[in-house]
Design a protein around this ligand. Sequence first.
Ligand SMILES: [Zn+2]
Length: 92
Amino acid sequence: MAQQRNATAAVQDEDWRLQGQDWLREELLRYRAYAPAKAGSEHDHCEFCWTPFRSRPQQGAASEGYVTQDRRWICETCYEDFKLMFDWIVEI
Ligand SMILES: [Zn+2]
């Protein structure tokens, strides 16, 4: 019966990644290859699961994802899991 749960029900409010990121609600996101704000200073991470972002693909890191206008990054997995909850707008 678990298979019948729809996408909205799959992520519960008590998901460990949710830490009250209300500032990300209805944000305008763009899908981009990761690039640090300053060359050589790659310390960005997913706003939800803390997966690090790196410009070169590597184990345990994301090299592309969704970025807000103030350069906060969201990995693809978290985007898919939380897009309905946060009403994001994606600009191509
Ligand atoms: Zn994430």
